[in-house]
Each structure stands twice: as C-alpha cells, then as structure tokens.
Design a protein around this ligand. Sequence first.
Ligand code: SAM
Length: 316
Amino acid sequence: MGKASRDKRDIYYRKAKEEGWRARSAFKLLQIDEEFNIFEGVKRVVDLCAAPGSWSQVLSRKLYLPVKQLPASKDGDLPLIVAIDLQPMAPIEGVIQVQGDITNARTAEVVIRHFDGCKADLVVCDGAPDVTGLHDMDEFVQSQLILAGLTIVAHVLREGGKFIAKIFRGKDTSLLYCQLKLFFPVVTFAKPKSSRNSSIEAFAVCENYSPPEGFNPKDLYRLLEKVGSPSGGDDLDCSSGWLEGPNKVYIPFLACGDLSGYDSDRSYPLPKVADGTYQSLDPVQPPIAPPYKRALEIKKASGHGIRDLEKLPLDS
Ligand code: SAM
C-alpha cells in the first residue's frame, strides 16, 4: 500500500503524522484517558512494551512537559516515566528508557531503582507478540504477555494504582477478566474509537490496585492458576464449566473516545494543497532497530529477497 493510499484508508495513521506521534496507537491511550481519566494525580508511570514510543510521547506531553514548563518547577517535582521494550527507541523528553524483557521479573527491580524505591501510580502495557493470524494462538501469547505485565505490576504498582493493558478478545477473555479482578476491584474492557472494529484488540482498564491480603508477588502464578483451574477456589473459578446461569461472568465492555469522531474503519478524502495535489508526510520517527531491519538490508543488497535469509547463521 502506498503512503497516500494508507493516509486515505487510515485516518489515525495520517493524523498521527500531522500531530507528531510516532504511531497511531497514541490515539488509543488518549481516548482511554478521555473516558477513564487515567492520568489524574500520576507522578510515576511505567510504559511496558513502549517502542516505537507513541504512548511514551503521550505520557511525556500529558504529564512531564506541563510540569516542566511551569516557571517555578524544580527537578523533584517532575513526573518520572520509565519505558521498557525489547527494542531500543529514539529518545523522548522526560522518558527514561530501559531495553529489557518484561517476562523477566528482574526488569521490575530496574524500574524500582529508577523510582528510588517508590512505587508507580500507573502501569501501561501495549505489548504485542508478532501476530500469526491464528486467533487462539495469538490470544494465548498475548495473555502470557499480560500476565508478565501483571508480574511487573505486582512488584511496582502502589495500592490504589491503575494498570492499562492491551488484550486480544477471544474464548478466554472471561478467564483473563477474573484473573485481573483478583487484584483490581474495577476492571473494564475498553475499545477506543481508533482501534479498528475488525481487530480483536481491546484494552483492560484496571483500577484501584488492591492485592489480596498478605499477597506475595512470588505467589502470583499459583493464585492465577487457582482462577483458571476447574478445581480452583469456589467463587473465583472462571473456567468454562462455570459460565452458566448465575455464575456467568459479565465483562463490562465500553467503547471510548469521541463516538462522533473519526472512524478507524472508514476512508476519508485527502486534504489537497493549493496546486490540487496531496502531500503525504513521512513517519515521525521510524523504529531505530526493528527486527525486520536486517532482512530488508539483505533483500536490498542481494536483489533476491527473503530466501537468502535461510542461509544466514541464526545469530546474525
Ligand atoms: N505502545 C507502543 C507505541 O505506542 O509506540 C507500541 C507498542 S508495539 C504495538 C508492541 C511492542 O511490544 C513492540 O515494540 C515489541 O518490541 C514489544 N514487546 C513484545 N514482547 C516484549 C517483551 N517480552 N518485553 C518487552 N517488550 C516486548
């Protein structure tokens, strides 16, 4: 798809470039905030799976820059934003970058060190594995990433804090909902207007972090298994055998963002400049080291394409 064609078919892609966002995902976080006011009172925030960085940009613009621009602001007043991803990303003002894996619990220690031992008010996670197109598989891998995010949450989030995580809706959505409910009394699944209807993506908005009394983060998976297993705790069990009659789990599901605003599934006419042509903008900040970079280099150099990848040693 050409750039202009994508600009036409994806209004949020075009708007992201116009407004200086690195990715269209910025609008998803902004629309979640419109509905849930997630930034209120936030001084410390963790952005899990942050690259190329549009959510970190939102955090910087909403939390860091307004305080920095106050005439009397001191360093100690500035909100702390820690962004983590497997991939490196170009710098963003007010964002501390950590290149790391969120499935490694030690990543939580790194975050706490940056907060001088204090805990975060908000953790956001837009993590996504490489999608295969097999929905069950994608949903499963995505849910594992959320549980990794929840492990980080269990170490770094203060009581009363919020957790926003991308989910893929599927047959185990109610299980995930019950798992999140163990830690958050209020869990809503939200679909921002900028997230296409054709996509199974949605976002879990989890409010008022309240882990069970005496909870030790090391026991997280044991606790989660209890919810997932048919022989688990009586009133916690969300496995399919219990989803009948009064035991059925109803998940609060909310569309968010200005509902009369841009529709992500619609094409919009392109604005023309004076000479009647359309000027497509370049992406704001292409990823600096995407996993596909080497493949593109090889393809360009050889002129033969992807087949040459098979001849490469695995660690190249
Ligand atoms: N929120 C980002 C933004 O607004 O620019 C987009 C995030 S992108 C959809 C998903 C990211 O998840 C990718 O950058 C990928 O590297 C990251 N990711 C996937 N698995 C990860 C893991 N185990 N640890 C850290 N990051 C991971």
